[in-house]
Design a protein. Sequence first.
Lengths: 168, 168
Amino acid sequence: MKQTAPAADDGLKLSTWLPYRLFLVAAQVARPLESFYGETFGLSQAGWRILAVIAERDAANAAEIGRACALDPFATSRGIGQLTELGFAVRRAGKSDRRFAAVSITRSGRTAFNRIAALGSAIEARLLARLSESERATIDSALTRLEGESARIDAGGWRTLLEDAGAS
Amino acid sequence: MKQTAPAADDGLKLSTWLPYRLFLVAAQVARPLESFYGETFGLSQAGWRILAVIAERDAANAAEIGRACALDPFATSRGIGQLTELGFAVRRAGKSDRRFAAVSITRSGRTAFNRIAALGSAIEARLLARLSESERATIDSALTRLEGESARIDAGGWRTLLEDAGAS
DNA sequence: CATAGTACTTGCACTATGCAATTATATGTG
DNA sequence: CACATATAATTGCATAGTGCAAGTACTATG
């Protein structure tokens, strides 16, 4: 009476499945960066992403920030809270409409950002060094399309995915 | 007395930084899959990854599983615990050395795996449809190198990264 | 000027995670 | 053969992160 079933199945192998491979690289590369800004500044992942956004976009409101770094409004609000506590950002009320926050990076926030960004650039350089010039170009253009398609997949939800697959 | 500093900085832009772009695609694509196996089977992310590993490798021990899906021993143990509670896996003691677990997928585990894998394959197909044949080949070979390099980056930690960058 | 709507925040319950300590087993040593 | 040491896996507990309901502050509209 055999209980287990090591038999034939759908051919999905984690190690060759594209989304998992992307995830693996992203996760492995994020870990050292995360422990750096965590240990050094007490910053969370959301905090770092928001810091990076307000470093290039002044007086952003919470919704803009959330969109730019794929965070929901709650996480965004908490991340901004963390940054203001650390003195890396300031919240002011919006100019015309005071419901909108106007979040700006501070001088010490920019200093922190530059230190983290240096590490981030070093990581990216290490990765890019493994690729030829033409590979970089291919990946750059392919990633743009994959970003778009993955956003649509996400927006559609799993029900849509099964319908589409069933209707083949 | 200007407190904020929207001035020049290190040129890191989140939206063009390779690790973030990989993360974005992986995260957006994982969300619908995650809500599918979460709602349908009450499976966590770790649970799904372990299920995928034991679907292709019978009688694996916890360390093997952890390595194969990049989970630490604690998360691995808990994931296996979840799978056994759901009836998707069984733990037995190792044959020669009883310290090693021998985790195997059950029939209902395989059924669940096949349903999730179908959705996973549909997602991958949606992504691949956006790429040409030659792009797929380029990305496949590039990802292999990026996986290796990111593993080294992770293993080295952030101190190593700064040393290397400083010694340029 | 009350009503509804928007942008954001907070509180609270729930979940996940990290790490110390524990269990069970195996192996080397006097 | 006892005993210290090592290894694989698990569990307990404190802490941190998340999701969602409700709340605050403001604006727009009939």
